[in-house]
Design a protein around this ligand. Structure first.
Ligand code: DC
Length: 240
């Protein structure tokens, strides 16, 4: 199937091309996705940030985590903006209802709650249109868990980046340390294992590679090596 055909929807509308990058947390997919988007000058979607924003709002407004209806309502009402900012470690600032929550949503506590709320189909449904609204010319690099399997199943290139859980916990530990946060490595490792288990075994859109995804084990690879590999695949599909 050519890139041209893949970008056609069922309704024969031509869509901008998508590179879908999925994988567990700490696999480096966020960094790679941002770098690919910058290199190609494409739009970028950090879908995990949306689940984190739902979690943050729920915590902020003391919504019970078993109150699915209210959580879905929170998800449907998110008013967000991603503002590019080269001075920020993530390269982007996240505004929720006009307020900068970039740091707040990156905490382990918010990540933990995000993984819980992400298991509810009603919450996932409420975020579908918002995620698809990021699809604009000249193209989109989308980072998440179900970009290639659900949200952008027509993506021209699907990647599943993974690494051993020990390596991922180490990377996350270093990331947090660099940001001045002190977290125990053993605690991070346990938390990551539990989150992997939850993300992989939930009934709706579990974390798994799409059938036509290219799986890259990044355990022994540097960011530059992964980036080059991904660009190679993008070039092979005339996307870069
Ligand atoms: O990528 P992240 O760590 O910021 O994601 C936070 C949580 O959101 C993660 O535990 C799983 C969930 N998530 C999801 O279910 N689907 C996505 N497309 C992105 C994230």
């Amino acid at each position: 199937m050519s890139t041209h055909d893949r970008n056609r929807g069922d309704d024969t509308t031509i869509r901008p091309p998508v590179i879908a990058i999925d994988g567990p947390s700490g696999s480096g997919k966020g960094t790679i996705a941002r770098k690919i988007a910058a290199r190609l000058d494409w739009n970028f979607l950090d879908s995990g940030a949306l689940y984190r924003l739902v979690a943050f709002s729920a915590l902020h407004d003391a919504v019970r985590l078993d109150d699915v209806q209210t959580l879905a309502w929170v998800a449907a009402g998110l008013e967000i903006r991603f503002v590019l900012d080269a001075t920020h470690a993530d390269g982007v600032r996240v505004l929720l209802h006009g307020e900068d929550v970039s740091e707040d949503i990156r905490s382990e506590a918010v990540g933990e709650v995000a993984s819980h709320v992400a298991a509810y189909p009603a919450v996932r449904d409420a975020l579908i249109d918002l995620q698809r609204s990021f699809l604009k010319l000249p193209g989109l690099v989308a980072d998440g868990r179900d970009m290639g399997t659900e949200v952008f199943a027509f993506a021209a290139l699907k990647l599943f980046l993974t690494a051993s859980v020990e390596e991922r916990a180490q990377r996350r530990h270093k990331q947090l340390k660099d940001k001045g946060m002190s977290v125990s490595l053993a605690g991070l490792l346990e938390g990551m294992k539990a989150r992997d288990e939850r993300d992989q075994t939930r009934a709706t859109s579990p974390l798994r590679p799409a059938e036509d995804a290219l799986v890259i084990d990044c355990t022994e690879m540097s960011i530059e090596q992964v980036l080059e590999r991904v660009l190679e695949e993008a070039r092979a599909r005339n996307l870069a």
